[in-house]
Every structure is written in structure tokens, then in C-alpha cells.
Write a protein that binds this ligand. Structure first.
Ligand code: PMP
Length: 361
């Protein structure tokens, strides 16, 4: 068996032990004579899986009792719409910080549904940085929430100090860095993330929502788009993506086995600094896209001196078994996504390849 050096941005690498466990369970899950995909979502066997995943997420992230955890569908993209539908009141304004294409998309959906404002943006410097707290000012109006994107998958930047706006609710799209480090969940009123990077396969979206927020949901909202529906029904209002939730439960068990988020964070820092150090060492050749203090632990984006060398770098990398290193089509260059499941050896292999490629020039 040969596993690729997988740097895909999402869906992305899953831990090998998780895949092996799923393979073992595939035909006959715990003596039921069927796979998890073939049983009712209302069965006690599946409910155990769902509740286990919820509990493991709560304990790993230290989620306080003030917050609920729900498993939804529609990806992070549906959250872009559900947030204003549920929490942006008629006379209120939604405040957005733009740090990349995904925050732009979140804003675009909110603009269709209510009043919005941009309270900070790094668009002018091609999203190389994250604004600092003192660059962000709330307007005088009644602000419904502030929305940020904690990690910018395409540009390779990440918030290292979350902003705070007193009583104003902070909402974060953590699709590409949830579970990569310890965070204080109590500072957020809503955290959401599509699973397909650090949590599991695509198909399930996790939302961690503060109970207080639920009282703001307008009457008459479509049942399925209402967060309260999913809270009240333990994410079983309708048929959930059972296999994705099962895979999520295995990934969470794996994270616990690694030593939880303290250990995962250390490992992620080690992996990322290995790559950034290589780029800093050969700074005349590899240029990171992100400013130093905004560099992401999850998506390492960089360019080479010109198009030809980028093309030959990517071609040779592919021949050597590296997958997913092209930058997003909107920015070009290269990107190594090094989510939790990407082993340190895979990062070491990339560093060796980058050094060798540099020396050949
Ligand atoms: N937000 C971020 C930060 C993302 O990286 C992505 C997907 N790459 C999305 C939102 C959109 O997620 P989905 O495809 O699950 O709707």
C-alpha cells in the first residue's frame, strides 16, 4: 500500500487509522450485520455514534454549557445564509471582516438578506494579512454580530489573536482550522465549520451556537433553516449525513488519542514552522504569500520567482508523489494544506523536495 503525500485543501487527508477502522467496520458494524450507512438514523446504534461525536467535540474543545453543538448539511456555504436569516434583525446591521474569498462570500449572502457593513479588510494588500483589533471599529448602529473567517484557506492567513467587541456577538467560520489549536469557545457566539478539512469527510457541517442567540430567531423562518430546529431535535430533525457523522466520530477519537488539542497544536506548529523556515532560508526563491504575523498553520501558500519555475516545480512534485500543491485557481502559485491528519513525515518530504528543487536551479 502506498499513501500519497496528500496536501489537498479539502476534502483532504484523513488519519490512516481512521480509514482503517472504517474499513474494518464497513460490512458489519459492531455485530449488527450491516454498515453504519445501512441503518436507521433513529436506531440506538446510530444515536450512540452521534451523541459520542457531540460529547467528544465538547470535551476536546472545552465547549461550555452555554453553547449547543449541532450537525448540519449544506456546507459552510449554507451557514453564510443561515446566519443572517437567523440572527440579523430588521433594524440591525451585520458587521463583516474581509480576510479572503470566503469572507467575501459570507458577506455577499448577508447583503441579500439585510443590512451589512465591512469593518475591516485586507483586500488592498491582496489578503496577505489579518487586521489588528485597533483597526476594527464598530459602527454606531445596532450591530447584530461581527463575522470573521478564522483561517483563510485560499490565501494562507490565520487569526492569531481574536478580536473582541464587548457584548457584540462574534461569529467565526472555522472551516479550515477548527481543532487545529486550543481556542476559548466562550468568546464566540457561533462557530461553524464544514467537516472536510480537520473533522472528516465532506457532508456534515458542525455549528457550535450560544443558547442565548436562539431567542433572536425570527418567527416564520423555514423549519430546516432554523438553528433551533436542529438543537431541539439533537441534529435528527431530518435524515442527517450518517456516514459523515460516523467518520467525524472516528476522527475525534483519533484526536483524543493524539493527546487532544494541546498535542495537536504543538504538532501543527512544528509542521508549519518546518515549511516556513525552509521558505525563509531560500527567501530569494520561495516567497510566502502571507505576512509573517498572519501565517496560517493549516494552509502554507507561496510563490516561486516566475511562472515557468512554478510549472516545473508542480510537475516534478507530482511525479514524486506530492498531491494538491497547486495554489487556488484565484491566486495561483503553490499551497500546501497541512491539516491535522497530514503526518509530519509528509511535511519533511516536502521540505526535502523544496531544498533539492532550489539547489537544482
Ligand atoms: N469557508 C472556508 C474558510 C472554506 O475553506 C470553505 C471551503 N473550502 C468554505 C467556507 C466553503 O465550504 P463548503 O464547501 O463546505 O460550503
Amino acid at each position: 500500500m502506498k499513501r500519497a503525500y496528500n496536501f489537498n485543501a479539502g476534502p483532504s487527508a484523513l488519519p490512516l487509522p481512521v480509514l482503517q477502522k472504517a474499513q474494518q467496520d464497513m460490512i458489519d458494524y459492531k455485530g449488527t450485520g450491516m454498515s453504519i450507512m445501512e441503518m436507521s438514523h433513529r436506531s440506538s446504534t446510530f444515536e450512540e455514534v452521534l451523541n459520542g461525536a457531540k460529547e467528544d467535540l465538547r470535551s476536546l474543545m472545552n465547549i461550555p454549557d452555554t453553547h449547543e453543538v449541532v450537525f448540519l448539511q449544506g456546507g459552510a456555504s449554507l451557514q453564510f445564509s443561515m446566519i443572517p436569516m437567523n440572527f440579523l434583525g430588521t433594524n440591525q446591521i451585520g458587521a463583516y471582516v474581509l480576510t479572503g474569498s470566503w469572507s467575501e462570500k459570507a458577506l455577499k449572502e448577508a447583503q441579500k438578506l439585510g443590512q451589512t457593513t465591512v469593518i475591516g479588510s485586507s483586500k488592498e494588500n491582496n489578503y496577505r494579512s489579518i487586521p489588528t483589533q485597533n483597526e476594527l471599529h464598530l459602527p454606531q448602529q445596532d450591530v447584530a454580530y461581527v463575522h470573521i473567517t478564522s483561517n483563510n484557506t485560499i490565501y494562507g492567513t490565520q487569526w492569531h489573536h481574536f478580536p473582541s467587541f464587548g457584548e457584540t456577538d462574534l461569529i467565526a467560520d472555522m472551516s479550515s482550522d477548527i481543532l487545529c489549536r486550543n481556542i476559548d469557545v466562550s468568546k464566540f457566539s457561533l462557530i461553524y465549520a464544514g467537516a472536510q478539512k480537520n473533522l472528516g469527510p465532506s457532508g456534515v457541517t458542525v455549528a457550535i451556537v450560544k443558547k442565548d442567540l436562539l431567542s433572536r430567531i425570527p418567527a416564520g423562518l423555514s423549519t430546516i433553516l432554523n438553528y433551533e430546529t436542529h438543537v431541539k431535535n439533537n441534529s435528527l430533525y431530518h435524515t442527517p449525513p450518517t456516514f459523515s457523522i460516523y467518520m467525524l466520530s472516528l476522527v475525534l477519537e483519533w484526536v483524543k488519542e493524539q493527546g487532544g488539542l494541546d498535542a495537536i497544536e504543538k504538532q501543527n506548529e512544528k509542521k508549519a514552522s518546518m515549511l516556513y523556515e525552509c521558505m525563509d532560508m531560500y527567501g530569494d526563491f520561495y516567497t510566502p504569500h502571507a505576512d509573517k504575523d498572519s501565517r496560517s498553520l493549516m494552509n502554507v501558500t507561496f510563490t516561486l520567482p516566475d511562472k515557468d519555475r512554478t510549472t516545473s516545480f508542480l510537475q516534478l512534485a507530482e511525479e514524486k508523489g506530492f498531491v494538491g500543491l497547486s495554489g487556488h485557481r484565484s491566486v495561483g502559485g503553490c499551497r500546501a494544506s497541512i491539516y491535522n491528519a497530514v503526518p509530519i513525515e509528509t511535511c519533511e518530504a516536502l521540505v526535502s523536495f523544496m531544498e533539492a528543487f532550489y539547489k537544482e536551479q
